[in-house]
Design a binder for this molecule. Structure first.
Ligand code: CAA
Length: 393
């Protein structure tokens, strides 16, 4: 039986990030260490940080609202929200997004979780739904706040970001192949128990598992009939910090004796150094970086490696659709990046501490964000989200 006869993939997409930005030079100065540990060792310069009235829901809603302003909501019968910055143990935060985005009532909404891989899990589910009924579209929103405990090794790899995708038949931007290589292992490299707001991390194990799972996914991808390494033009990896993707790619290039190794990955590495980790959205931020890098990518094959600690990983490929450049909005996102408000070290520490709200039941957040939606606080145990009106701008 033939698989994947209807071309399916990404029809349109948008990105968003948070209100604040923090420069790692301040952190290095306070720690009394050489900033090149971050600039060269991790290839990270800055990271996005949410205001108190922002969270994964508001950042995701910002990306999706700009997207839906272009595409409308017609044909959308599913919203999948991928996050590991979950705001409820039971109710999908997608239901908040459903209200903020004024989506129709006849729609299924749910949340996916498997660390950073949850975004790709959502995309693969969306592709399957669309392949079954090409008249339907799926809205996939991936959004995360990467927040680590202060004074831990993970601190310089924090960040915040979201990607919103319309997945459908006959896509405008990216046609995704049905062949995937997948891998799962029960590994404690990075996890967040229910009573914690920050993850527990075994850094060395996380790097090793990321690299090991990339090889395992690649081998499975080839066994499933996937393309040869030399037939792939560009690579986009999950980017917990930029150097991680580079490390995985360099090893791959050596193994497969590929030429122009760095040219295949560098275009995907322009945003993460200044946003930081965006967990579920990270690989899609890398994909946007690649697509925004040139108007001459039509027909190119892209290899995508998605990794989620815990751990599940997937490698798959996609082809860039002729005319894709007409659907990109790079300048809007770059403007968002430039508009972020820089934090001093003292402001960063105060904000990091203020985000730790374990034990608080009801509270009201100050109005800070300039994004279209805000998290106003918690009233009688219920999270309050609202559209920010222009008068408040
Ligand atoms: N100049 C240049 N380079 C320097 C330097 C200097 N002055 N000082 C140090 N370096 C280099 C080191 O040599 C090292 O490079 P190599 O790995 O190439 O040798 C690099 O800077 C980092 O130094 P350390 O290994 O000493 O750093 P660390 O132990 O303090 O922390 C980390 C690194 C473990 C990645 C930590 O940031 C962390 O725990 N991050 C969170 C976990 C993570 O991101 N894991 C990635 C895989 S898991 C995943 O992908 C899921 C996810 O999103 C979390």
């Amino acid at each position: 039986m033939d698989i994947g006869t209807t071309p399916v993939g990404i029809v349109d997409f948008e990105l968003a990030t948070s209100h604040f930005v923090f420069d790692l030079a301040h952190l290095a100065a306070q720690q009394g260490i050489d900033v090149n540990k971050y600039h060269v060792g991790l290839r990270q310069e800055r990271f996005s940080m949410p205001a108190l009235d922002e969270d994964a829901v508001t950042v995701g809603a910002a990306a999706a609202s700009r997207l839906l302003a272009r595409t409308g909501t017609e044909q959308i019968r599913t919203l999948i929200f991928a996050t590991e910055s979950s705001v409820d143990q039971s109710k999908s935060a997608g239901t908040f997004l459903h209200t903020l985005l004024q989506l129709p009532q006849h729609i299924r909404v749910f949340e996916t979780k498997q660390a950073c891989y949850a975004g790709t899990a959502a995309l693969q589910l969306a592709l399957a739904l669309v392949a079954r009924n090409p008249r339907e579209r799926v809205l996939v929103i991936m959004s995360d706040i990467a927040r680590y405990e202060r004074n831990t090794a993970g601190e310089p790899t924090q960040g915040a970001g979201a990607a919103a995708l319309i997945v459908g038949a006959n896509p405008n931007i990216l046609e995704i192949s049905p062949i995937s290589g997948v891998w799962t292992g029960n590994v404690h490299d990075f996890w967040r128990p229910n009573d914690r707001s920050t993850p527990l991390v075994n850094g060395a194990l996380s790097l090793e598992t990321y690299l090991r799972s990339f090889t395992a996914c690649w081998n499975d991808y080839r066994e499933q009939g996937g393309a040869e390494a030399s037939d792939i033009d560009y690579f986009v990896h999950h980017q917990p910090f930029t150097k991680m993707a580079v490390k995985a790619h360099e090893r791959f290039v050596r193994t497969h004796k590929l030429e122009n190794g760095s040219e295949m990955i560098e275009p995907s590495l322009r945003y993460t150094p200044i946003i930081g980790n965006s967990y579920t959205a990270s690989m899609y931020v890398g994909l946007a970086s690649l697509l925004h890098s040139s108007n001459a990518l039509a027909g190119k094959r892209v290899g995508l490696f998605s990794y989620g600690s815990g751990a599940t990983a997937e490698f798959f490929t996609a082809q860039i659709v002729p005319g894709y450049e007409k659907f990109l909005h790079a300048a809007d996102f770059q403007q968002q990046l430039h508009s972020r408000v820089p934090l001093t070290f003292e402001e960063y520490v105060a904000l990091h501490d203020a985000h730790e709200r374990t034990g608080l039941t009801d509270y009201e957040n100050p109005q800070v964000t300039c994004a279209p939606f805000r998290f106003a606080g918690v009233r009688e145990g219920v999270r309050q989200y609202e559209a920010r009106t222009n008068e408040e701008a």
